[in-house]
Design a protein around this ligand. Structure first.
Ligand code: HEM
Length: 532
């Protein structure tokens, strides 16, 4: 049997002769035979998993089909710990809540404070040392996380979020009042526009026009497309830049640096960089102006009844004691948009989908809205904690259709022991939340939509970490409370006015995994609710 030393010797001989056949043989040996010898030598130390392909390992799961579904299938086939390799990088899928104690540790000393290793793409996006999502500079991440969380938690911010979310829902309802009966409505598109406008208000206090444009397009009204440079409406410019930013984010996350210099891709890179610089300049200017406005107020009262300075997320960040830098503020606002828009869209669409199939659950939820809020009253933040059945509906829907079906942890400096296996430092752990949520070991009849699972002391009924739509531990979702508030307000505002029917009830929910599970298409009929 060949050993690695023997292979190295052959390589040396082949290269020293510099004959083309020797070189081809040597290259093949180096890239194909050598990794396989290494793989089979170490196989007994690895957890079960698929055989890696030469060079790319098991990277082909990114090439065909839905990535989240492929990872789900791997856990299904190989069990609670599944070893995969991507371009020589070891990645392990974990799909048992009993193996998550270390990975989801709430300790500041946890070895798993990193999400993913540094990549050229994240560096290009400036996310390696700024913000939270992919920040690998742990002291910096810790600092940012503190002010991100502090800015989201004051009651005045939650009150304002409730008010702005309801305001945007009412605007959408106004547009929908012109919809004819039996008209097919693309709910996912409407919610995309809605979440963009809502986040504009909540994050930066800027009134944008995504829903207005969506309405104009749906009624065939002419919209003049101007270039970014000609755009004079600042809200509109910001919206367009942010929408281009989402494309840049997906590009730099998935396209390896190796390919950036290829002729066709080079122009795409150039465009993304132009947008990133444009957006940064715009945001820094925006932050400066808000700072001046706040400074010009002698005594800033962070209270939404005070007409002067609104307690939106941007104001909260600027008035933090720690004084985050404009770059930190800019990145936090960006992440609030990227983490808050698609997630809210998918959550609402999956609830609408499940309720359309379970009218008995919809009936109970609407009854709760009528008894807690009343038929026409504006929802207030004090109503929200009383909506326990609605909360159970949201939880059950996020269990079946988690927006983020997989999250990651990474230990760059220390080896780890998970279950019976030893992992060298630098191993990436993919936590297969979507698989755990649908495992009959933890949830009986897992595909059955049953909100009752989440009533009463439900946390005592399931293993710790079995239900994790927002992750756990030090890198769990800091937007969790805000997301729950927004989802409840949207459901209460829309469902007291309307009921939704699926255009094609026999079709599954169309989810596509990009950075999160996104709805690729959802068609509904929007029918006025008759309250009796
Ligand atoms: C239904 C809506 C949402 C869901 C299901 C969701 C889910 C998640 C999940 C699963 C994670 C990874 C957690 C982990 O690795 O343990 C995460 C991280 C994060 N989420 Fe959310 N999220 C939602 C809304 C939001 C909103 C509205 C914001 C902003 C206000 C937000 C901001 C973030 C940030 C900044 C991180 C990264 C945290 C870090 O690395 O320290 N999310 N979210």
């Amino acid at each position: 049997m060949f050993s690695l030393e023997a292979i190295n010797k052959i390589l040396y001989l082949a290269l020293s002769k510099l004959n083309i056949y020797y070189v081809i043989f040597a290259t093949l040996t180096y890239f194909v035979i050598r990794p396989y010898i290494s793989y089979f030598k170490n196989r007994k130390e690895l957890a079960p998993g698929p055989l890696p392909l030469p060079l790319i390992g098991y990277w082909n799961i990114y090439l065909k089909g839905d990535i989240a579904q492929n990872q789900y299938n791997l856990s299904e086939k190989y069990g609670d710990i599944c070893d995969i390799e991507f371009f020589g990088q070891r990645c392990v899928l974990i799909s048992s809540p009993h193996l998550l104690k270390e990975l989801f540790s709430p300790s500041v000393h946890s070895q798993f404070l990193n999400r993913l290793p540094l990549t050229s793409g994240f560096t290009e996006l400036g996310m390696d040392k700024e913000g939270l999502l992919f920040n690998t500079d742990i002291p910096k991440w810790r600092h940012n996380r503190k002010f991100f969380q502090q800015s989201l938690s004051p009651p005045s911010f939650m009150e304002l979020s409730t008010k702005y979310t309801a305001e945007c829902c009412n605007e959408m309802i106004d547009y929908w009042s012109h919809i004819e009966e039996n008209q097919v409505v693309r709910l996912d598109d409407w919610l995309k526009a809605f979440t963009s406008d809502m986040m504009g208000l909540v994050a930066a206090g800027s009134k944008e026009s995504s829903m207005k444009i969506k309405y104009m397009k749906s009624t065939n009204q002419i919209i003049k497309e101007t270039s970014l440079e000609e755009e004079t409406n600042r809200g509109e410019l910001y919206r367009r830049l942010r929408s281009e930013y989402v494309d840049a984010l997906a590009f730099y996350t998935f396209v390896p640096k190796l390919l950036w210099k290829l002729p066709l891709i080079r122009s795409v890179v150039k465009h993304h960089n132009y947008i990133l610089n444009y957006l940064t300049d715009f945001e820094i200017q925006f932050i400066k102006e808000r700072k001046q406005q706040i400074d010009s107020e002698k005594e800033v009262k962070i209270n939404h009844n005070d007409k002067r300075v609104r307690p939106d997320f941007l104001t909260m960040l600027i008035t933090e004691n720690d004084e985050p830098s404009p770059d930190d503020i800019k990145q936090s606002i960006r992440e609030m948009f990227s983490a808050g828009t698609a997630t809210t869209n998918t959550t609402i669409c999956s609830i609408v989908y499940l309720l359309a199939k379970h009218p008995e659950v919809e009936k109970l939820m609407v009854e709760e809205f009528l008894s807690v809020i009343g038929p026409d009253n504006q929802i207030s933040s004090s109503d929200l904690s009383k909506l326990t059945y609605t909360e159970a509906v949201i939880n059950e829907s996020m269990r079946i259709y988690p927006v983020i079906p997989i999250t990651y942890r990474y230990s760059p400096e220390k080896d780890a022991q998970i279950g019976d296996y030893h992992f060298k430092k630098g191993t990436i752990f993919g936590i297969n939340l979507g698989h755990i949520h649908l495992n009959p070991k933890y949830f009986e009849n897992p595909m059955q939509f049953n909100p009752k699972r989440f009533l009463g002391n439900w946390k005592e009924r399931y293993p710790k970490f079995a239900f994790s739509p927002f992750g756990h531990g030090m890198r769990s979702c800091p937007g969790k409370n805000f997301a729950m508030v927004a989802t409840k307000v949207i459901l209460a505002t829309l469902y007291r006015k309307y009921t939704f029917k699926l255009v094609k009830p026999s079709e599954p929910l169309h989810l596509k995994f990009t950075l999160v599970n996104e709805i690729s298409k959802m068609e509904v009929y929007v029918e006025k609710r008759k309250l009796v």
